[in-house]
Design a protein around this ligand. Sequence first.
Ligand code: ADP
Ligand code: MG
Length: 914
Amino acid sequence: MSTVQRSPSAAEALLADGTTAIIRPLVPADRAAAFDLHAVRMSDASRRMRFFGASRLAPRLAADRLCGPPRPGFLALGAWAGGELVGEADYETEEGHEDTAELALAVADAWQHRGVGTLLIEHLVQAARERGIHSIEADTLAGNRAVHQVFSDLGLPVHRRFELGGIRVQVALDEADERYREAVDERGRAAGVASLTALLRPRSVAVVGASRRPGSVGQAVLLKIRQGGFTGPVWAVNPYADTVAGEPAHPSVTDLPAVPDLAVLAVPPAAVASVAQECGRAGVRALVVLTSGLDAATARQLMHACRRHSMRLVGPNSLGVAQTDRAVALDAEFGGAFPLPGTAGVAAQSGGVGIALIERLAWLGIGVSSFVSLGDKYDVSGNDLLQWWESDGRTDLALLHLESFGSPRAFARTARRVTRKFPVLTVDAGRSAAGRRGAASHTAAAATPTVTRETLFRQAGITAARGIAELVETAALLHSQPLPGTRGTVAVVSNAGGIGILAADACVEAGLDLPTLPADLAAGLLARLPDGASATNPVDTTAAADPAELRACVDTLIHSKAVDALLVCLVPTALTVDAHQDPVRALLDAPARRRIPVAAVRISQEVPVQYLTCADGGLLPVYADAVAAARAFAHARDRARWLAEPASPEAEAAGTDPEAARRLADAFLTAHPDGGWLDPSGTAQLLESYGLPLTTSLWAQDEHAAVVAARSLRQVGHDGKVAMKAYWPEQVHKSAAGAVRTGLARESEVRSAYREFAERFGDRMAGVVVQPMAGPGLELLAGIVQDHVFGPLVVLGLGGTATDVLDDRSTRLAPLTEHDLTTMVTELRSAPMLLGRPGMPPVDLAAVRRALAALSRLATDLPQLAEADLNPLMAGPDGLVCVDARIRLEPLPVFDPYLRRLRRPPDTDAPEER
Ligand code: ADP
Ligand code: MG
């Protein structure tokens, strides 16, 4: 058990109906509220269920028990909504049985069946697990359906024992596995969608701050809502005007004929907080704040109002939201034209990017299901929108522009689910190296924000484009064509040889494969094409090919199964133009082309991509440039691969000792509260506790000890040789400082090496590490970097001196799956060096997998591990051994990244107490 016990901090989360609740430990000051909960807010019947009787004293005793001074083995969490205590869950352990806790739960009558109990227990389970409790138990009355429902919905294994007068329920916390997480996810999704209904399908809207001044933001939004044909009432609120744009204005939200579901705020920054509070008190359920430039105090008050009154918040600094469903028809944004109704969900942190995306989709004729300009993302985030689109029954393509991530792990879990259903595309913003951390180790250097984010996208199946143009070009393909096969093979057909060659280059550079066509297929093609045509890949039909010949060629290729995708590049020729035909037309009147994805390239085209409609109503994407088409194909191939990836279990690591690792980390952090690098012996111990193979490393502090150490290692060392390294804390690259000597065979060599070190480093040197020489092998690098927002990243690459030069690494966010263990190796550029080549045996791949699995486990088990750099791991045909490792520990707040809680922007502090 961890020695550090903190009280869980307050967290805000959504109840099943979308109401915001605050979950936090009860304190003595809550006594009156706790008494009220039991005495006033619970009926006699509920109290009987809770206390197995109806003693008049029960509420007072409960309040005393829950709100006494803190005591070991006891924790009570309260759920607050609208400033009231609406439920409570607590556990208590008995002395001597600290791994089992007795649980009790009470929910106000008016708040039952709204997920209060489940949410409280989720948070209590997490706190109990952090405190080393393995099981929670509760006595319940057989007739207490509500409580039994809470337990069976939880997703944790529940054992029930029937006893006299009741049922003993036992919940095993150690089995909080994927099934539990999925149950938590599902509750989170349902609650999230419920809470967003007022935002994305409001029945009524108020625009607060709609001014008389034409061209002002408020007035613009008001007019757009009206012109968009919103199906419910829309009201203007402005205390200083009687009419706005010819309509009556109301002095405040409280003066409206009815309470609006949604309020759009276009008021000056100084008024945002008070208007938000007024909206909350009136019963508004969602806010879109267009205002920007809030100071920290206003931000805090805005958040407080939203959480206290259960309002979801878009913005501040948002351009607005739009819902195209005709039943709603809400255009509450001031950026662009009302988007066409359609099936693409669009959310953008930058409103400008959002508008650009919508405009370009409109060129293609792709409409939007809903649009949200997320702005500063105080509350509603990309994650919320993914869940909404997943459930709205209208969206089949999601386009996201995100500059920052509030909780990437929750986002990754949602995205992983949604990308199985439809494509999720993003513009990978902020790729530049700005903000890159100082590179203390090679592993850390590999974990740039870019790499981490790309890794997240890849592992979640998100299609990440490098810019808006690429995003739209890729969407054009994914939206209209079937996915290619996973091989990524393409045939290029052109009626101008040079264009075909350029297209072929573009495909290969995008990572696609242009196989030579089978001989019979090539012969079949040539038989249908004019003289001089060639049917290698690219296929050159020659300019003499007429539309019928082009079509025959394309159809033959589509039906041949020789390739996964077809790219047709056409230039107008005398033949095709004389026939009054744009050659691309030849592709349109053929029967359905749904077997493999087909795209056309028309160099003369002005727009980067457009759709042409085929005879069967299907759409053909036509690009101006083969490079764009090839990139889109590569994204489609990656998506096909992602979908084909087997559901892989988490990688298993055998022989790990998390207790030992935690003890070591706790001891180190007690001695070094700010964290730091472990010394060689601590490093060795920690790696050993996870079965990571560190070579024998003996510690010597004088010349004689070094000689003795070398003598004892001679038997083990390759060719009877040892390595010696000078050590001092905070050292970085030893060989660069001349602190590494390898291949020392004779005692005299050891002596002179030691003396040389002592002379060069003087007092700085704390001692030397003596190791047996590892046999020759491939030098690999493996490691962990903990990212405070993204979680731990596991890195594998080429190590030793090659590290910097070749920069060949693969990365995954932990935990790794079994499948990751394979692909991390195979995706390295230097994979052939690991997998073996003629004359060179493969390295011990099983050992590489074991090491990666152990690192992944260690990274997830020990969040205090900030950085681990194993470089090099000497990999031979039958073994893997690390000869140099550095580990840095950091005191980290421990919290469960999967716990359901609403995000908070960093500058608005902790949730208000109630
Ligand atoms: P640093 O990375 O701080 O410069 P290392 O301990 O990794 O220092 O040593 C540098 C290089 O020396 C390694 O990449 C490896 O090639 C070689 N080396 C170090 N220790 C051994 C050893 N025990 N056996 C074989 N080679 C070693
Ligand atoms: Mg090294």
